[in-house]
Design a protein around this ligand. Structure first.
Ligand code: SF4
Length: 264
């Protein structure tokens, strides 16, 4: 994987998520290369070959943090902070070190267990939190939709380690692909590891975008008998699939006293 330098681009940018004013994405591009990724339509490089990293993370981020008051910053909105190159490049670790020195904290979203490497820093931060995202029970299915991620079991093990270290955790089941993602067994495996499970359906903003073209190609090849049914449900939020799933989840929530945040 080529990691090229990117200069003259702000590292801290405004964040549209509730409870966060700012986000930091340590990389530009994501070699996890999930074929359904909503960021693909804005990709600046071919993520199977090249991503970009800020040229001098420590110095630039330090300068940018001086302009805002200490607070919790979101990491993982446009790119995974723990994609494979992070093991060597350590952009995310450097960013966390700089943030910690200046009294900032982080809320991280990732699909990787590499986040456990930085537990030492996260423990020092005030109220740091980590969300781990999963979407598939079977690794053979995961590989169809996420070219370069680690398996679900490794991600749940990461949640164990984080929880054991006293870090606040949550889990995302995202994206739910109708008739493909088996949501209930995922909830069973995640339930002991986190207080909150967020559940999001596959969201396609433009059917002309690369992520939908990718998904349609995978469905046609690997789900020849059900691809039409799956496509219809993805594109129609009033499809009975979503109503049935919402009802099942609400029932489960009441029965087991879970905290599910349902976005279907
Ligand atoms: S890990 Fe997230 S940002 Fe990276 S490709 Fe997958 S969905 Fe996109």
């Amino acid at each position: 994987m080529k990691v090229s330098n990117c200069s003259h681009r702000p590292i801290i940018v405004p964040c549209s998520l509730k409870n966060f004013d700012y986000q930091v994405d340590p990389y530009i591009g994501c070699e996890h290369y999930c074929y359904y990724c909503y960021v693909l339509q804005n990709a600046e490089t071919d993520w199977s070959k090249e991503i970009q990293a800020h040229e001098d993370m420590a110095a630039q981020l330090g300068q940018e943090l001086e302009k805002i008051s200490p607070q919790k910053i979101y990491m993982g909105y446009y790119t995974d902070p723990y994609q494979p190159s992070e093991a060597e490049c350590r952009q995310t670790r450097i960013a966390l070190e700089v943030m910690l020195e200046r009294g900032f904290s982080a809320s991280i979203l990732t699909k990787s267990d590499l986040v456990c490497r930085d537990i030492d820093i996260l423990k020092e931060m005030k109220d740091a939190s980590v969300s781990v995202s999963v979407a598939f029970n079977e690794n053979s299915t995961r590989r169809l939709f996420e070219a370069n991620t680690i398996d679900t079991e490794k991600r749940t093990n990461a949640l164990w380690k984080l929880q054991d270290a006293g870090i606040k955790t949550s889990a995302l089941i995202c994206p739910v692909i109708p008739f493909v993602t088996d949501v209930m067994p995922l909830i069973d495996s995640l339930m002991p590891l986190t207080e909150t499970i967020w559940i999001y359906g596959l969201s396609i903003e433009q059917t002309s975008g690369p992520n939908w073209r990718n998904v349609v190609g995978i469905l046609k090849e690997h789900y020849p008998h059900s691809h039409d049914k799956i496509k219809q449900a993805v594109l129609a939020k009033d499809h009975p699939y979503w109503k049935d799933l919402r009802e099942k989840l609400l029932h489960l929530q009441d029965k087991r006293g879970l905290h599910l945040s349902i976005h279907l």
